[in-house]
Design a protein around this ligand. Structure first.
Ligand SMILES: [Zn+2]
Length: 310
């Protein structure tokens, strides 16, 4: 497999506060683990530049984008909520993250990569059409879906969100869009608590009780998602790759281990082989415990490359 690893340099400069869980150390930990394991040598590495402003309108309202741009120009950072902050560096990072996922989509459809992982910050899946929240400014996965459909000759896409928090932003942007199937697992009762769109016809919600293991989640995914995905026949699969369901992550109470991310990724790749010519674009969302984030991403990428389970 030719696997691209896109890490926009500006994403290292995204900083909300030294205490904030979404810290640049997350990318450092991932890169260190990939180097130590040897996985880094088997990836093709890319930087990415900011996305063109008009492109962001595929997923967000002009008023919201103007608010972000104005906030970035302001002398004082603007808080969208208690933990989501806009300043010039963070806005640049969000636009470069978006540029990274657009680059990834282009690589897949120009046969420059078999699959792609985007190591980006800030994350995206809580960002709604007109409202950023939950650390997220731009919804990278929703943007990738809208862009791929607009620029390439495909119609059906599946988004698989394995972050431990529900993807309210992705649902806000793409619920009721029948060409896009959204499969989302998450821990019951966590932020953002509920979405008005979680029962939309194109959404497969899989709320998991606290303490659920990766194997339990995977069994339910295979049982509940596989028939829907096979019926949908996606021509592209996007993964909202959050790793905060790991048992050591302090933000959640699920009990995945890093090997579960390998197994789950293999399942998703098999679906992509059946329907999408293997095309998978995976985009980093959450995962805040460095000692579990790094091996989990390593396991995820090992599966994408086609290596044995680490
Ligand atoms: Zn999360």
């Amino acid at each position: 497999m030719i696997t691209s690893f896109i890490l926009p340099g500006q994403c290292r400069r995204h900083m909300i506060a030294p205490w904030h869980p979404d810290h640049p150390r997350r990318l450092d930990a991932i890169e260190r683990q990939l180097a130590l394991s040897g996985v880094a040598r088997q990836l093709q590495h890319f930087d990415a530049l900011p996305v063109a402003p008009d492109m962001l309108r595929l997923a967000h309202t002009p008023d919201y984008l103007a608010l972000l741009a104005d906030a970035a120009d302001s002398d004082t950072p603007v808080a969208l909520d208690e933990e989501t902050l806009v300043n010039a560096d963070n806005w640049d990072a969000a636009r470069c993250a978006a540029g990274g996922v657009i680059k990834g989509v282009n690589q897949l459809f120009r046969n420059q990569a078999d699959n792609v992982f985007c190591a980006v910050r800030p994350p995206g899946h809580h960002a709604e059409k007109a409202q950023g929240m939950g650390f997220c400014l731009i919804n990278n996965v929703a943007l990738a879906a809208c862009y791929a459909r607009r620029h390439y000759d495909i119609q059906r896409i599946a988004i698989i969100d394995i972050d431990a928090h529900q993807c309210n932003g992705t649902l806000d942007i793409l619920a009721h869009d029948h060409d896009i199937l959204i499969c989302t697992l998450y821990q019951q009762g966590l932020y953002p608590w509920s979405s008005a769109n979680e029962n939309a016809p194109n959404v497969e919600s899989l709320p998991l009780p606290a303490g659920s293991t990766g194997q339990q989640a995977r069994d339910r995914c295979l049982h509940q998602w596989m028939p829907r995905i096979d019926a949908h026949r996606p021509e592209l699969i996007l993964i909202s790759a959050g790793f905060d369901a790991h048992r050591d992550d302090p933000m959640t109470e699920l009990a995945f281990d890093s090997g579960d991310y390998f197994d789950l990724t293999r399942d998703i790749l098999a679906m992509a082989e059946r329907h999408a010519n293997g095309r998978v674009l995976s985009v980093l969302e959450g995962g805040y415990h460095l000692e579990s984030l790094a091996p989990s991403v390593n396991a995820h990428l090992s599966a994408m490359i086609g290596l044995e389970r680490p």
